[in-house]
Design a protein. Sequence first.
Length: 290
Amino acid sequence: MPSTPDAALQMLNSTWQHPPLTCVTQAAGALTEDLRRPSVSQLLAFLRSFCTTLLACGAQTSRVDRNAQRIGEAYGFNVDITMFSRHLMLTVSDTLGGGSKTAVCTIPPGGPDFSRVSALNALGWRIVDEHLPIKDAWRDFESILTLPSVPPLRLRLLVACANAAFCRLFEGDAVAMGFVFLATLAGFYVRQKLTACGLNHKVVFIIAAFIASLIAAPAVIWQLGSTPQTALGVSVLFLIPGIPLINAMHDILDGHVLMGIARAVQAGVLIVCIAIGLSLTMMLLGVWLL
């Protein structure tokens, strides 16, 4: 005990100016936790971009839902998500009583990109496993968006080879496979260019199916090879929306019935557009049998 009042006052001042080390450590830990934990607005902005990109790249609804819930729980938030065919509604709620916010955003148009879907899914797990701050999550997300896509020429060649293989699968001969390869090459090129111009994708499918079937039709008109009808029928198969149909079935089986039906209807409309393009060729050239 201090012997004089002055000594006691001096000891009190020294204690006030230099708090115990344990208090400093606790304060630093709380500060680090606050820096790693984003605000409701920050997490909402990240999830908007993350989820819409996943949907635009062809991810199924349940995958997007699981990733959103997983990322929200990793940061200590509740996430409610409602998905439609063209729009997405997100609600982020703070479990510590920091309020909640809701955002409605448009799903951008895009084609299937499974490499990007895989990278985004891996990023969702990294946020959970490595406790990434929101700033680092944004950085990794932006790096995924800059991943190089398949060059257009290589993609056209691969699609043409795949469709020619489909022709062989349907017992087409070498002549039919050659016509299908050329038809697919031209039709897919038209599809790429018209899509880049911003034309409605339904009109794009009609025109691409017409061009592809028009190139394969001479095989039927001049009876080239032993399976000319196979060449004409298979020439438009590269346009079949297989991924939307598969996702539609997955969504319905996973309980996302509304989204699954919407995707199935959209895929059905595209199939009708393909049939219209093929029918235009058959009526124009007088080819009535497949």
